[in-house]
Design a protein around this ligand. Sequence first.
Ligand code: GDP
Ligand code: ZN
Length: 459
Amino acid sequence: MKLDTSPIAAIATAPGRGGIGVVRASGKNLQPLAQALFGDATLKPRHATYIPFKQADGTVIDEGLAIYFKAPHSYTGEDVLELQGHGGPIVLQMLLQRVLEAGAESGLRLAEPGEFTRRAYLNDKLDLAQAEAVADLIDASTEAAAKSASQSLSGAFSKTIHALVERVTNLRMLVEATLDFPEEEIDFLEKSNARGQLAGIVEALDNVFRQAAQGALLREGLNVVLVGQPNVGKSSLLNALAGADVAIVTPIAGTTRDKVSETIQIEGIPLNIIDTAGIRHHDEATDLVERIGIERTWGEVEKADVILHLLDADQGPTRQDESIVANFPQGVPVVRVWNKIDLSGHKPGVDAAEDATHIYLSAHEHQGIDLLRAELLRIAGWQQTGESLYLARERHLIALKSASKHLDLAGEHAAVSDQSLDLFAEELRLAQNQLSSITGEFTPDDLLGVIFSRFCIGK
Ligand code: GDP
Ligand code: ZN
């Protein structure tokens, strides 16, 4: 698909009512648009001009500020015109219609999702990782996530990636230069300390991966599913973790029929906690509504990153608990939470057994809740390092992993016993491509389409 570079416009502010609202246009040359909207009034670039926004027939839609950004000194790198009016949905819609109409002759059209940012990327205002950080900053659900997104937006992540690419490139050039002088191959690796250089790059890449993986955690969070017999205290535990009454707590078994989920934060990591309908074994639930609830519960369990299996510390496990455990998917960590220790007389505590970590607590009395929070952080792989994190996306992690794999292969080809310099160079090239795909120097068009289409219109 050929990229359509005609001028675009959209409402840039969030839908709904607000103090102000912004209609934004971008295009190679927006002079004709400004002329059509404001006649001979001159808009000094990057200065706010208080001006009426008028219909073609001269009636006033709104009054506000018009700001003209002359290319290339704008967000998109093109001419940008921003109209700041009052933030009502109707008035902004009218203003947008007026702008589209005024620009119709120059081919102005409604912007597609993410198109402003895509143009910024195509005009080298942002690299791809920074463009993604724009969306991540807007979508950030915790302060820590916002901080990391803003780090990436400022280019810190890109800079680190560029530095890695440069080191790989330099090493690759060295190896390729030597390929032309085969008789020197043998001691080349010694002389240039190529293996040492490679080891240094591998270590640096590992560090970046670790920071990126931690950052990804801030972005994605963890899906935690609460399962257990009716009345063991799932809703109460959710409340205790969330610190608010989000779920219905009642002494009647089987009350929680619809799943109730709550996103809480532990040290800035979003935990999406899902309280499930009391799991009884499928055939034991007679009531249809309850059956549906149970089906849904197992659906949630399949998607879990962690399963919290709640048991009654006072009454001990039931026969149904055995069938609950038998239904758990393989490979998902399980925490066995023994609730109601205020009744059983256990002390709050953690017991790392082979099958699962056991935690003793009381949801109702708020005893031992911190132990559970700490265990959840441990399972999430959270390490408080104090270093800045990159709010990485899955795509970045995959590229980093793949680059790392190619560097390992490069190392094998550079091994003393089996030196194969052309394969060494080739693996370095592949590693370099993977790293470059993160910042977008080496990124196929269809991937760009996928990335930008996830933005909303106006970004
Ligand atoms: P769910 O059906 O698993 O969601 O259980 P609920 O959270 O609705 O709790 C069922 C009953 O157990 C309620 O009466 C709660 O007050 C009570 N309960 C929950 N946690 C505790 C606890 O730690 N100690 C005591 N004594 N009662 C609790
Ligand atoms: Zn409940």
